[in-house]
Each structure stands twice: as structure tokens, then as C-alpha cells.
Design a protein around this ligand. Structure first.
Ligand SMILES: [Zn+2]
Length: 264
């Protein structure tokens, strides 16, 4: 589910800076790095919904796999709220469709199914730090994180307008802490690309940069196209169904991706 949340109130008081601008307003001003400058392994890419890993990070995933690095994908929610009223695709069928889309997209980028994990938490209701279910989910994640032992983690930006994206950041951050792991963390923006939802941030708090993905940008376009349930009329019996607009998709078609890193 990708609801429109116009007013974001930070839930985590800690580590949250005053906001004054968005790096997405002038992306071409951001420094452009090559994959060699960040490449290390194992890699973990965390997606709140099946498709976020591709929209935000397909370029990084493709470049890292092309160099033989181990890349793990963790999909947090089951994705079943994109078309909640479809009769043809009730929740379990929709979940299966979206998971198979993820597997197909990741296969294009060289990620094997055995490196993809689906947590299947409820779409639209991923527990956040204030939820009673949070500790149990963090526990489950902590076990997973220890088994993967990532040296670099790609997570949704902590202040993304979508609550599921913020909750995913909170779960992973708490899980890493509990597992006593301190990988490099790269936060990727998704719903800030929507001008109506864009948040401000304190640019002193983050180092924002672009990753040059020109080598694999065609593959990224193919991987995005694999998400037929999100970009086509595949599911046509739910008038409230979600669809990524061409305007939104165009933000993810560039030959670069944007990442934000908290300044140390
Ligand atoms: Zn999402």
C-alpha cells in the first residue's frame, strides 16, 4: 500500500535532526560515485514492499552482482494492500504474484532465489517502534541479520513519507543494534520523489550522493518492468488498486541512484 501521508511527525526523537532542504530537489548537484567506492560484502537490501528494492537499488544490486558480491534481499511486507478488493487476486494470490515478481526482477540482476527472504508482515501495518509487536519482529530480524552478517545495508530512508518505509528502517536499525552489527548503512528515498509528499531534511546530518549505474541501467528498466502488478493492468478488478504512475517511475529511470548516509 502506498497511501499519501502529507504530514510527517518523526516518531523517533533520537537521531532526528531539524530539516531544511531535500537533496532530491537538485539531484545533479550531488557527487557521483562509482560502485568501486562502496563495494563490500555481504550486502543486504531491505525492501518494505516487493518493488522498493528494485526502484531504489536495482542499479547497486546489479553492479554488485556483476562483480560477484553476495547480495541478500529482505522483503518486509507481503504487498497485499496494493489491490485489496480484487476478487481475482485475493490476498494470498496477490502475495504470490508479488513474490514471484520479486524473484523474477532479482534473477535479472543476478540474485538467486535462495538469497531472497520474505518476512510477510502485513502490508500497510508493518510494526513501528511504538507497536506492541515491534520487539518480536526485531527479534526475528536480529536472527536473520546475524545469519547474513551484512557489511553494507541498503534501507529505506528513515523519514520516507510512507509509514511502512519508516517502520522498516526502525526494525532494521533496532535489529542491527541487538545483533551488535555495525555495517555501513545507505538509506534510499522512494516516496520523497513524489513532490506532494516530499520531506525536508537537514543536509548537515546526511551525506547525500549519487551512484553511477549507467552500466546496468537497461537491466534496471527490465527489473522494474517485471513488477507487472504495480505498473500495468494485470489486476483490473479493483478500482482502488494501486499503480505506479509514469511520472513516479521516471524518477527511478535515471543512470544514477541516490543514497543518504548519516554523517559519523
Ligand atoms: Zn514501498
Amino acid at each position: 500500500m502506498h497511501s499519501h501521508v502529507l504530514h510527517y511527525t518523526p516518531k523517533l526523537g533520537m537521531n532526528f535532526p531539524a530539516m531544511n532542504d531535500s537533496p532530491l530537489a537538485r539531484p545533479l548537484d550531488l557527487p557521483l560515485y562509482s560502485i568501486g567506492e562502496i563495494a563490500t560484502e555481504p550486502v543486504l537490501v531491505v525492501a518494505p514492499h516487493p518493488d522498493d528494492e528494485t526502484l531504489g537499488c536495482a542499479g547497486a544490486i546489479g553492479l554488485l552482482r556483476a562483480r560477484g558480491y553476495t547480495v541478500n534481499i529482505l522483503v518486509v511486507s507481503d504487498g497485499t494492500q496494493s489491490h485489496p478488493n480484487s476478487r481475482q487476486y485475493p490476498a494470498t494470490a496477490l502475495r504470490d504474484v508479488r513474490e514471484s515478481e520479486t524473484r523474477f526482477a532479482m534473477a535479472l540482476l543476478g540474485v538467486e532465489p535462495s538469497h531472497i527472504t520474505f518476512l510477510q508482515l502485513p502490508d500497510g501495518a508493518i510494526p513501528n517502534a511504538e507497536s506492541p509487536d515491534f520487539p518480536a519482529v526485531v527479534n526475528e530480524c536480529h536472527v536473520y541479520l546475524k545469519s547474513v552478517n551484512p557489511k553494507v545495508v541498503f534501507v529505506p530512508w528513515r523519514a520516507d513519507p510512507h509509514p511502512d518505509h519508516r517502520a522498516a528502517w526502525q526494525i532494521i536499525s533496532a535489529g542491527l543494534q541487538q545483533a551488535m552489527l555495525s555495517p555501513k548503512v545507505m538509506e534510499y528515498p522512494i516516496w520523497d520523489w513524489d513532490l506532494e509528499q516530499r520531506q525536508l531534511l537537514n543536509q548537515d546530518f546526511y551525506h547525500s550522493w549519487r551512484l553511477d549505474i549507467s552500466e546496468v541501467v537497461a537491466l534496471k528498466h527490465q527489473a522494474i518492468a517485471a513488477y507487472r502488478s504495480q505498473i500495468t493492468n494485470l489486476i483490473d478488478d479493483d478500482p482502488t488498486g494501486f499503480r505506479l504512475t509514469p511520472e513516479m517511475l521516471s524518477n527511478f529511470a535515471h543512470s544514477w541512484e541516490i543514497y543518504l548516509q548519516e554523517n559519523s
